[in-house]
Ligand binder design. Structure first.
Ligand code: M6R
Length: 364
């Protein structure tokens, strides 16, 4: 049931601290210890390349994972949406690892891509939320998320649980590849263990986000900008908004604006900037200023330090807790979800069952 919540989507957004903790618990022996994958005999040290394939929101989780696997484990990652992967004749090395990400485990494009990869001699790893699904059955390495049933068509808690599993996998892969000392691995695991509390802290900004949503609801177009893993979050934010509010939205890599999309900017286009403080912060802020110089209305989502450093030229600022870069995507997912939710409610759309969409897409 929806409990006290008006929609399943809101209930599922609020479940995230619990289900992310639940998911993490099954991957971390103890939060101050090393990570243990459910199939420890699976040898991660021999992996030379990972091919990640998924659709929609699950694809954006894969995109975050690409940044993590490359940064922490120095393992090259290919990333595709399933409907492209299958038909572009991908070159796959014998014995490579192909990783499929899906809430339902039944998405037709992803399942077909999985079978194609198997036929091409790949080992099949699956991050999936429905344990009885086709993809779960067909995995060599099954990496379950423990989000519980997700009813809202817009995926929320499944996404953050996918990120939790993928972050654990990134740390484990980095360790297996000799890129992390035990002490460094423990340090990452400790940060990962902080995710549920940080997500909870992000949820505390719900009312503020609701106020911002009132200002977004009248827009015809909305842009989302981010760099690094926050680029994936920008794409996810735009997808969420499109799906449930029917407002046209696009996500861009912040540095890509000047190569075209900045032509769209005027006073009528709200621009949501996702910029946790860190090495990429100044770059994103200068992209944000380029938008402001053209009359763009910026909503900045950052942490306290970032907000303090960015000046007050924004129409709204949403303060997130300051967290380690590994868990920032799990935290920044929350304002992005809540913003889409409140805009949709303001517009009076059917939040849990948006038009033209099905929860599980079992046709190609
Ligand atoms: O069940 P899956 O994770 O394989 O589904 C993939 C997409 O269909 C799904 O994420 C879709 O994009 C959601 N409606 C996003 O909110």
């Amino acid at each position: 049931s929806k409990g006290n919540h008006r929609h399943y989507m809101l209930k599922e957004i609020y479940e995230q601290p619990i289900v992310v903790a639940q998911t993490l618990r099954s991957y971390l022996k103890r939060l101050d210890e090393e990570i243990s994958l459910p199939i420890p005999e699976f040898d991660l040290s021999s992996i030379r390349r990972v091919t990640i394939v998924a659709c929609g929101t699950s694809f954006y989780a894969g995109m975050v994972a690409k940044y993590w696997f490359e940064q922490f484990a120095r393992v090259p990652v290919d990333l595709d949406v399933a409907s492209e992967f299958r038909y572009r004749a991908p070159v796959l090395e014998e014995g490579g690892l192909a990783l499929f990400i899906s809430q339902s485990g039944e998405t037709a494009d992803t399942l077909a891509a999985l079978r194609h990869a198997r036929a091409e001699g790949q080992k099949i790893a699956v991050v999936v939320n429905v344990p009885t699904s086709s993809m779960a059955r067909e995995a060599d390495l099954l990496l379950p998320t423990h989000a519980g049933p997700e009813i809202g068509v817009a995926s929320t808690k499944a996404f953050t649980c996918q990120l939790a599993v993928l972050a654990a996998l990134a740390a484990n892969l980095a360790q297996a590849k000799g890129r992390l000392t035990r002490a460094e691995e423990r340090e990452l695991v400790r940060h990962l263990g902080e995710a549920p509390a940080a997500i909870n802290a992000a949820l505390a900004y719900d009312e503020e986000i609701q106020l911002v949503a009132q200002r977004i609801a009248a827009a015809r177009d909305v842009l989302y900008l981010g760099r690094g893993p926050d680029y994936a979050l920008a794409l996810e934010g735009a997808l969420k908004l499109k799906e449930i509010s029917y407002i046209h939205a696009e996500g861009y890599a912040a540095g890509e604006m000047k190569h075209g999309p900045i032509a769209l900017i005027d006073e009528a286009v709200p621009v949501i900037v996702l910029a946790p403080s860190g090495p990429l912060f100044d770059k994103t802020v200068s992209n944000m200023q380029e938008v402001q110089a053209r009359g763009g209305k910026v909503v900045l989502i950052s942490d306290y330090d970032g907000i303090a450093a960015a000046g007050d030229d924004c129409i709204a600022r949403i303060t997130m807790p300051k967290v380690h870069p590994l868990i920032a995507p799990l935290v920044y997912a929350v304002p992005v979800q809540l913003l889409a939710y409140h805009v949709a409610v303001a517009k009076g759309t059917d939040v849990d069952q948006p038009r033209n969409l099905a929860k599980s897409v079992t046709v190609e």
